[in-house]
Write a protein that binds this ligand. Structure first.
Ligand code: PEP
Length: 248
């Protein structure tokens, strides 16, 4: 069975001193004898990528970013390209996070263009999908997930999918294992229908939404959950580590 991926999304948090202390502590733990049987990934804000990359060297912890532009270079003030992220040492990039869709009006078509740009630069995109509370109440959760996935998934190539119900992100509310099982089985089924069973089995489908050490064990044990995308709890080394330990 594939190792689970525990990915930390630091969002717009962290100045140099605190972020390097956090990365340093994670790297020290990862180099120690008690490293859990999972793959760790941290996604700091862009200005911290280079110093964090240096600290993570030889630790086995991968580095990712939180967004990229769909163009390879050019007149896009304030944006960052996938090649720049690869140059900084990233292997992954989070795309289509609900905070990007919400704060910046990103459409699934734009997410797909970013996914393709990331793949071109050799990065593995982590494509986020998930329904709002209103959509869930209206019984539309699976339809929303399906539409976002259909519109943002590339034709081929490695991707990671993150199912993140919007109402569970940063709220302390967590989807029940039953909700997670239903959504993940649906996503796995769609991937199998579109790209074949082997591709579906090989694609990690992460759960994200208020994952913490106390609930990680039961969420990570759900069928078709290939890991977790962790926001708030990834800012504390002990909590992030404990979520990794829940994989074993
Ligand atoms: C996220 O930002 O992707 C996330 C899941 O955040 P939190 O864990 O804080 O809910």
């Amino acid at each position: 069975m594939a190792r689970k991926l525990i990915a930390g999304n630091w969002k717009m948090n962290g100045l140099l001193a605190g972020a390097t202390a956090l990365a340093g502590e994670l790297a020290a733990r990862a180099k120690g004898p008690q490293a859990p049987a999972c793959d760790f990934l941290v996604c700091p804000p862009a200005q911290l990528l280079f110093p964090v990359a240096e600290l993570l060297e030889d630790s086995g912890i991968a580095l990712g970013a939180q967004d990229c532009h769909w163009a390879q270079s050019g007149a896009h003030t304030g944006d960052i390209s996938a090649a720049m992220l690869a140059d900084a040492g990233c292997s992954h990039v989070i795309l289509g996070h609900s905070e990007r869709r919400g704060d910046h009006g990103e459409s699934s078509a734009q997410v797909k263009a970013k996914v393709e740009a990331a793949q071109l630069a050799g990065l593995i995109p982590i494509i986020c999908v998930g329904e709002t509370a209103e959509e869930r109440k209206a019984g539309q959760a699976l339809q929303v997930i399906e539409a976002q996935l259909r519109e943002s998934l590339p034709e081929a190539g490695d991707v990671v999918i993150a199912y993140e119900p919007v109402w569970a992100i940063g709220t302390g509310l967590t989807a029940t294992p039953g909700d997670v099982a239903e959504a993940h089985a649906h996503i796995h089924g769609l991937l199998a229908a579109w790209h074949g069973g082997a591709a579906a089995d090989a694609t990690a489908i992460l759960y994200g939404g208020s994952v913490k050490p106390e609930n990680a064990g039961e969420l990570l044990a759900v069928d078709h959950v290939g890991g977790a995308l962790v926001g708030g709890a990834s800012l504390k080394a002990l909590d992030f580590w404990a979520i990794g330990e829940a994989c074993s």
